[in-house]
Ligand binder design. Sequence first.
Ligand code: ADP
Length: 190
Amino acid sequence: MALVTISGYPSAGKSTRVAQIQAYLQQRLDAEDYAGPKLSVEVLSDDVLNLERSVYNDSRSEKPARGALFTAMQRQMSTDKILIVDSLNYIKGFRYQMYCAAREMKLRVCTVHVVAAPDVCREWNANRKDGRTYSTETFENLIMRYEEPSSMVRWDSPLFSILWLDTEIPGEQIWDALTKGVVKPPNGAS
Ligand code: ADP
């Protein structure tokens, strides 16, 4: 039914935000006033595919990993599901491919940019205790190569940004974009 593409620096808090987004969407689907079709919310990530962070150490291992993510995404996309793809998704061309695959299936799409300053990510990466730390070299490399999403291009839009200090997520805006195709400006701005 819909595809949510996550993008952000390594250790920017993407998976943490994905958990919040998933919980929000699930709560809306479970709410009494929801009268739409029965949908599930699923997350596809490097972790789900058992891809270690070390696959990003060089392009020889990164390419097949990206291929595996894309194949899994194609297999899992469906009309009765909101699929959240939680990965770096830092290459513009890759996000374009994901967008095309989703649109081919007539799914609604949106992109969520999880934003944190490099220094914040660096600190969070160094302090990870889940065995998912990126090596220093890989981390710096990924930050350098990162291609920021832009609301000016159709494959990244609608685009929602969540900053590291944000206590709230734009849950309602994401919900409206996915279920109604409506994009409201954030925080009541016009
Ligand atoms: P990513 O999915 O981008 O790699 P994670 O969500 O896994 O990032 O978070 C990376 C690390 O940063 C984890 O150890 C997590 O606990 C920590 N972290 C994430 N968000 C915050 C936050 N808002 N404040 C402090 N630490 C955070």
